[in-house]
Design a protein. Sequence first.
Length: 548
Amino acid sequence: MSTSDGFELAVLCDHDKYTEPMVWIGIYIAVASLLCTLAMTADLFLGFRSKKDWYPCKYFSLNAASITVITIAMKLPVDLSGEMPRHIDQAAKQGSLAFMCTMMANFMPSLAAMDNKTLLANMVGLSILVITIIVNILIEIHTGVIKPDTVQILWIHDFTIDFVMVAYIYTTVITLLLVISIASSLTIPTSKEILEVKYQIKNRTFLTDQHLQHTQMSIVDKLRQDVRRYWVMAESGSPQFVMASNPLSIASGVICVILNFLNLLMVQSFPFREHQCESVYRRSIPFILMTQVIGVGVGTIAPVARCYSVLNFKFFTKWKRNHLMVFIVEKYWTQLLCEWKQRPIHFLSSSRLRTMLYNSKGVILSLCIRLQKIIVILCKVISLILTVFPILVFSYVYIRVSLQASFFTPPIVSRTDDIDKDLSNYVLHIHDDMEATARTLKRISNSRNSFILKAEKEQNKDLLELLEKSAGFKGVETFDSNYVQPLLSVELVNSWSLPIVTLTCIAVALPNISKDTTKNLLSSVGEGLSCTHQVEESLNHGKEYASI
């Protein structure tokens, strides 16, 4: 054996030694993908259980933790040096891009649940990750890591898929989803302000109706009506609900369906066999591919369901001429950018530099405003196309059912329409020409009823038994005496928990008390503290009480 042959053999041995941990890294990627899939599944189950067809994000939302897990799951697309010689290796890399697109469409409503600073930080983190993926994919195409091989589709005759072409498609879609996410985040502060103003108007109307109507109603009926109206305002005014029903979210749902179909075409062309994997990740590639394919399938359900949640508004079911004017962009889409454009610059002392920087800022923001309008118009066109066909089908079915009911069913006088009309007056929405349908109000009522049933099953029995033994508030008045100096120099306003805990500690410290009695008391107080916390959060919502 020559010296060169021995050197090559040593290099191969070292290569096998150094690539051995890559299998465990691949399993690490599969576990991260599984966590993302489980989080999306949990949100899907929670939305289905609570009868919210816009599927709000609770477990899978954009934050520092989710960005970290997503970064781990995207190890394959950002791997510049790892060769992917076989088709299943290439499909795993491409499938990671489809998985990324699905996750971006899934957590889009969670952007509305953040404050401005958190939203900015999370969007910067997401943008850095997405731009890194895009740049690395383009480098891999140029260097040949992503090969221009073709795959024959099994059930489509004479149709092949080029991996490079698919990579370009995924890169374009990821870029589009990032732009859509940024465009959505720019409208969130303005949307919240509009909803807050409309909530104050509805609340004043509600208080006026209370004085006019409650004199003729019983206490139970008053409470039921108050709960119904406030529940409708809370549900319809939820930022996630508004975000999920706008055209940008609808467009992301359509993109998810297309990507899911493309990903299935990629995967079904070859079996998941371990010996076909020749990359450094080896046998972990099938696990990564399978996990992310399942994630794409599960993650597509929520965005698609949000697409049709917009049909719950009469904005699309009662057509007017302005509803077809998709090229008109409302003011709130670009209001924040316009405010930034008009904001003066104060941190420079030189007036010449201020003028130059102000003009440059104006040019850049003018381009951003135009891009924002283009994105909104494009998404409006997609949402219009998506909703026209089902509306025609639903209209035909509705007319047919109505005609049959008018001929064969006697008229029945009911107060349901009056109730729906009363509740529809308390629905909060961004557009003035939108009106909630009976289906929307029914779903909101069902979600309210599910919470009421859950509360009935989880009654605080120990707390109720403790309250039944109570003889009044005489002992509390004696305890809260003005003659005793407080321990703290600053008086805690609306602090109910502190005296409850203090009295409980005194009661537990008393001698000759049985353990069962002490245990029941602690259980009762624990149930009562959950109620006092709700009251304190409502009363002490100001910044000066944030630490209480």
